[in-house]
Design a protein around this ligand. Structure first.
Ligand code: ISL
Ligand code: CA
Length: 569
């Protein structure tokens, strides 16, 4: 079995992780100091969001030099020392590969801008204006407004699916592809262990760049660049030119990833990618107009999406499992009850996620149950996507300031980007931060949870530990009690272990009858006769676990936000 199948990945968003020199911005020396902490948690792999040189229009997802480190984050020596230290602790490092676009301050683009015959002009996507002088087509940007920016000096527009400081690279150009392959090999030769590939399925655009269909969503044009015509061909070329020459771990971020596409990429014999990130399960509280059109959370909807991916992808291909990352609100606030049942709901989602089949990803701060920030005013936001969306909601959609703010509060990416709460006194470790520290750091912080053997942190540590100890966690997956409106019940099984995962993500107690529930074949008898061990729970004191408990399949009662892992072996 591939080693990454029983590994867990921890995501670091460097600006907000740890500040080594007290200038208010997280950095690489800060990361180095915390490597022992990651090792204690049981992290196998770190995915590091971009640390490359960048004007920071999109916090580093706009790269001006792919082979240098952004000065606020440190130096190349710092980077090498970080990599070496991680390796000493047995932690692998995967870098963020952002090659759908570069920064407009990359030398390729500044040179391209010099004129139509510049040698790198064709590294980007330029078009003449439409006959009326407007943009060449009706595509819109992920960050609001048109996806085209006019360049005065050459009289042409360039395409940017994200901010206007993130021009899209032209993958049709073979020389550009060679430069990307060289850059990837350069990092792998330096010792990095693989890549997380940013919006990788947007790299191929339909020739001719036709207009997109206008529907409910503010995003227009996707059918002409999501999984575009040459996408798989480019991935195969990447495999031939780069990945096939190294031992790597790869995860591709797929916008609108379908299950068929997931299989096409992750079936092992195809060797395209080890796993992918999809979004369906983090869109269950989005309305028809997208994330800033929030709808209430319904656990049954989340369950149905997660289960469908388990059924259709986890067996032949491989899933990545995540509820939080730097682009999503904190899941304990979004899918949990971050007030009355804060700890229980943080633990519950950990037990669901880490119980599924796939490779779990933990986003920094999730392991202590960090929550959304209580934003009250627009000047507390930093994210270009949020700021642009705020303007669009007010100016294009005529919303009041309050309404626009309410919508940002539901789904802003900045919720995930407040500094990691290392201790109650954050002034000491992250003074004058670039984005405010959540005021609940006094109660929710690493230092106090490390001392508490019943903390959210301790539950993560144990769940992560079981991933490498229990073969059943890479075994089969099967759903149970799906007729219940919202309970998550599923079984994991292998030759000599059965793990039952139970979770009640609601504020009310529930009762389940699993007597007729389909236990994996061969296990019904044993489950009826032999008591399991409760190995993890979101409501019981962990100091008393694991321990044998009585289990009556016909009457399983779950308290509000109770989750449990029951093991028969
Ligand atoms: O959060 C989103 C905006 O509403 C997503 O659509 C997000 O832009 C999308 O998931 C792509 O994300 C990745 O590429 C972006 C970058 O801003 C994100 O941080 C990154 O994860 C552009 O590089
Ligand atoms: Ca710093």
């Amino acid at each position: 079995m591939a080693w990454w199948k029983n590994s867990i990945v921890y995501q670091i968003y460097p600006r907000s992780f740890a500040d080594g020199n007290n200038d208010g911005v997280g950095d690489i020396p800060g990361i180095i100091e915390r490597i022992p902490y990651l090792a204690e948690l049981g992290v196998d792999v770190v995915w590091l969001s971009p640390v490359y040189r960048s004007p920071m229009d999109d916090n580093g997802y706009d790269i001006s030099d792919y082979q240098d480190i952004h000065p606020e984050f440190g130096t190349m020596q710092d980077f090498d020392r970080m990599l070496e230290t991680m390796h000493q602790y047995g932690i692998r490092l995967i870098m963020d590969l952002v090659v759908n676009h570069s920064s407009d301050e990359h030398s390729w683009f500044t040179m391209a801008r010099e004129g139509r015959d510049s040698p790198t002009r064709d590294y980007y996507i330029w078009r003449d204006p439409a006959p009326n002088g407007g943009p060449p087509n009706n595509w819109t940007s992920f960050f609001s407004g048109s996806a085209w920016e006019f360049d005065e000096s050459s009289g042409q527009y360039y395409l940017h699916l994200f901010s206007k400081k993130q021009p899209d690279l032209n993958w049709e150009n073979p020389e550009l592809r060679q430069r990307i392959w060289e850059m990837m090999r350069w990092w792998l030769d330096r010792g990095v262990d693989g890549f997380r590939m940013d919006v990788i399925n947007l790299i191929s655009k339909t020739p001719g760049l036709p207009d997109g269909v206008v529907g409910d969503s503010p995003l227009v044009g996707t059918e002409h660049y999501v999984n575009g015509p040459r996408f798989l061909e480019f991935m195969d070329e990447m495999q031939r030119e780069v990945l096939g020459k190294y031992e790597t771990i790869t995860v591709g971020e797929l916008i609108d990833g379908t299950r068929d596409r997931a299989l096409e990429l992750t079936r092992p014999e195809l060797e395209r990618l080890n796993m992918i990130f999809t979004f369906e399960h983090v869109m269950v509280d989005h309305g028809p107009r997208g994330k800033y059109d929030p709808v209430p959370f319904d656990p049954a909807r989340l369950r149905s999406v997660l289960y469908t991916w388990q059924r259709e992808v986890a067996r032949e291909g491989w899933n990545s499992l995540y509820l939080s990352n730097h682009d999503q609100p904190r899941h304990v606030s979004r899918y949990g009850n971050d007030q009355t049942y804060w700890a229980e709901s943080a633990k519950l989602w950990a037990l669901v996620l880490h119980g599924l089949r796939g490779t779990p990803y933990v986003y920094q701060g999730e392991e202590i149950g960090m929550t959304n920030y209580p934003f009250t005013s627009i000047d507390q936001f930093r994210d270009i996507e949020a700021l642009n969306a705020y303007d669009a909601m007010r100016n294009e959609y005529g919303m009041s300031d309050e309404e626009a703010l309410r919508r940002l509060n539901a789904h802003s990416r900045d919720h995930a980007r407040t500094p990691v709460q290392w201790q109650a006194d954050m002034e000491e470790v992250f003074p004058h931060p670039w984005i405010a520290v959540n005021p609940n750091a006094t109660a929710v912080n690493v230092q106090s949870q490390l001392k508490d053997s019943n903390s959210v942190w301790e539950l993560y540590r144990r769940a992560i530990g079981y991933r490498s100890e229990l073969p059943v966690l890479t075994g089969d997956w099967s759903a149970m009690a799906e007729d219940h409106p919202g309970a998550f019940v599923f079984a994991r099984s292998c030759d000599d272990q059965l793990l039952l995962v139970l979770a009640n993500p609601t504020d009310d107690a529930i009762e389940l009858d699993l007597a007729t529930g389909d236990f994996p074949s061969g296990w019904e008898q044993l489950v009826a006769e032999v008591n399991p061990r409760l190995i993890l729970s979101s409501v019981q004191d962990m100091r008393e676990l694991p321990r044998a408990v009585s289990f009556e399949p016909a009457r399983v009662v779950l308290q509000p936000w109770e989750a449990a892992w029951l093991l028969w072996d």
